[in-house]
Design a protein around this ligand. Structure first.
Ligand code: ATP
Length: 417
């Protein structure tokens, strides 16, 4: 069936604004003019490795019935985008897309491309003309890339986010949210809401100067009303809006059959065998190599993943695991989570001497010698020894809430036994 769709992207800068806030302001204006959208506004997260993203690479879309005041809706959207976008930031290049019709297979393919890989402005423009969409580019108009994807993205798995916005006089100042009330909200609504808190870290509170006071994420919209009532803001909430979104669905993860298939700036799950003991480098980042018969890749658990690195440090050469994550700027596989498929229960070590001491190598091809009693053996073969492992076969391990990507599906949403 034909509907009217609106897509908006790339209106904010690192110093202010947020496309969701603009969307919420537009919806208020729609309401004043008796324009109704169908369902919730959508917040669609796209490729986390897109070069020009401000923060979470999100685009917005609305769906309207054709009997709504379409021309007025278009006028309002263009007015708000041109007046509220941070146009003086070089990296802010808004794009608005209007589309009347059905969401076609080729549009769905485009949306997945915007999540899986990189699209140019020219390619997006060509695609818009192919599907008969109306585009409005402000400055370079890069936002049309995400706007088309936000309209076209199917949502089989989805979540919701309630965003509460601050009074504009408070922008840039410390946010005032009662910590204990968030703990209470988490206790009463988790796991239907999730990613609320991580120890002392208030995950619902953004750390940037944007208009958002807090964002609460959930599996259903009803629980957000309960959560909203429990959280005590110690500053005025100027506005709020619930979005339907692909956040926390793993929609960015592609299945890779072998390591040689992996491409930079894309996200995957892939199986492999740990080649070496994970090691930490300056800055606190931890790395190890994962291999299969087709090749190998360096996997990283970066400093912000904090205690997750202690789990990664427990991996040993020979462990078979499946990693979820993506390949960024440095060409390393940035791990979001992993599942242990088969732990290596054996370590090959120098033999123990009859006297009870561990023997040492007598030199290449010369076997082992015991420094304690002088005994020698000619064979160079190390012996397998069963080792105690703290990791568990079959179990998933994930990065902490504070370091999690918007698209990453938390284990709590994975229906694991
Ligand atoms: P916020 O989340 O704070 O609203 P953001 O992180 O979404 O900001 P934007 O300011 O929207 O960042 O900038 C992202 C830009 O990247 C947009 O112009 C969008 O069209 C573009 N973009 C999105 N996906 C891709 C992609 N796959 N390839 C190339 N460009 C993309």
């Amino acid at each position: 069936m034909d509907y009217f769709y609106i897509g908006i992207d790339d209106t904010d800068s690192p110093d202010g604004m947020c496309t969701t806030f603009l969307a919420s302001a537009i919806l208020k204006e729609f309401k004043k003019n008796d324009i109704e959208i169908i369902g919730f506004p959508r917040l669609i997260r796209l490729n986390p490795f897109a070069k020009f993203k401000t923060r979470g690479n999100g685009g917005i879309s609305f769906k309207l019935d054709l009997n709504q005041k379409i021309d007025l809706a278009k006028e309002i959207v263009l007015k708000f985008v041109s007046e509220l976008s941070i146009m003086d930031c070089d990296n802010t290049n808004p794009g608005v897309v209007f589309y009347k019709g059905e969401i076609t297979e080729e549009m769905i393919r485009y949306a997945f491309k915007a999540i899986y890989s990189i699209i140019t402005i020219e390619e997006a423009e060509e695609f818009a003309s192919q599907i008969g969409a109306e585009i409005h580019k402000f400055k370079k108009g890069r936002g049309i890339i995400g706007s088309i994807a936000a309209i076209s993205c199917p949502l089989e798995d989805y979540t919701y986010e309630l965003l509460a916005y601050r009074d504009s006089s408070r922008y840039g100042t410390l946010r005032e949210i009662d910590y204990d009330s968030v703990v209470r909200m988490d206790k009463e609504t988790f796991p239907e809401t999730f990613e609320n808190i991580d120890g002392e870290y208030l995950a619902i509170e953004p750390k940037t100067p944007c208009p958002i006071l807090y964002g609460i994420r959930s599996n259903n919209p009803e629980v957000l009303d309960i959560a909203r009532d429990i959280v005590i803001p110690n500053e005025r909430i100027a506005d709020s809006c619930i979005f339907k979104t692909n956040q926390h669905t793993d929609m960015h993860i592609q299945n890779a059959n072998r390591i040689s298939e992996l491409k930079q700036y894309s996200c995957y799950k892939v199986r492999g065998i740990v080649k070496d003991k994970p090691h930490i480098i300056e800055g606190g980042h931890m790395f190890f190599t994962l291999y299969d018969e087709s090749g190998e890749i360096e996997c990283g658990a970066y400093e912000p993943t904090k205690n997750f690195r202690k789990i990664v440090a427990e991996l040993k050469a020979g462990d078979e695991i499946e990693v979820y994550g993506g390949i960024g700027e440095q060409n390393t596989f940035n791990i979001e989570k992993f599942q242990v498929l088969k732990l290596n229960q054996f370590l090959y070590k120098n033999p123990i001497c009859e006297c009870g001491k561990r023997m040492t190598s007598a030199g290449k091809g010369k076997g082992f010698k015991c420094k304690n009693c002088g005994r020698k053996i000619g064979s160079d073969d190390k012996v397998p020894e069963i080792v105690e492992r703290s990791l568990i076969n079959g179990k998933f391990y994930e990065t902490p809430v504070s370091a999690r990507r918007h698209l990453s599906k938390p284990l709590i949403r994975m229906n694991l036994d």
